[in-house]
Design a binder for this molecule. Structure first.
Ligand code: DQA
Length: 145
C-alpha cells in the first residue's frame, strides 16, 4: 500500500527555522526517519515538499489517484487556503492533518485550520515524532479498510 506525505511552505527550512518551535531535525532527516518507518510497516512512501499552493493542490489530487492514505503538513496554507480545503474535500481517500507544533498553543491566527474539517484526524504538537505517529495511524487506517 502507498502513502503520500506532503509538506507545505517553509518546511524546506527545518533545522534552521525557529528550532525552538520546530526542532533541530531537517526535512531530509525526517524523510529518512519516515522511509525507515514506512519500510517496517510495509508501506511504499512518497515524501515531498513544496512552497507553492498550486503544487500542493496538484499533489493532493495525485494522491487520490495512487495512494491509500494522505498525510499533509500544509504549514502556513493550513490557515489560509480554501482551495486546499476544497481539494481535500474532493479526495476519496482518508487524509491526516499533521503539524510539528501544537497550533492551538501558539498565536490565535494558527488556531483555525481550513484542513481540519476535511480530514479523518489530526496530529500536532509532537515535533518530528508526529510524522511517525501519522504513519502508524495511516497503517491502521489501511488495515481497517
Ligand atoms: C506548522 C504550523 C503552522 O502554523 C506553520 O505555519 C508552519 C508549520 C507545523 O508543522 O507546526 O509552517 O504546520
Amino acid at each position: 500500500p502507498e502513502v503520500h506525505i506532503l509538506n507545505g511552505p517553509n518546511l524546506n527550512l527545518l533545522g534552521t527555522r525557529e528550532p525552538e518551535i520546530y526542532g533541530a531535525d531537517t526535512l531530509a532527516d525526517i524523510e529518512q526517519m519516515c522511509l525507515a518507518a514506512a519500510d517496517d510497516l510495509g508501506l511504499a512512501l512518497l515524501f515531498r515538499q513544496t512552497n507553492s499552493e498550486g503544487m500542493l493542490i496538484d499533489w493532493v489530487q495525485e494522491a487520490g489517484k495512487s495512494a491509500e492514505v494522505l498525510i499533509i503538513n500544509a504549514a502556513g496554507y493550513t490557515h489560509t487556503s480554501v482551495a486546499l480545503h476544497d481539494a481535500l474535500k474532493a479526495l476519496q481517500i482518508p487524509a491526516i492533518e499533521l503539524h510539528l507544533s501544537n497550533i492551538h498553543a501558539r498565536e490565535p491566527f494558527r488556531r483555525h485550520s481550513y484542513v481540519s474539517a476535511a480530514v479523518a484526524g489530526i496530529i500536532c504538537g509532537f515535533g518530528a515524532d508526529g510524522y511517525l505517529l501519522a504513519l502508524d495511524a495511516a497503517s491502521r487506517l489501511i488495515e481497517k479498510a
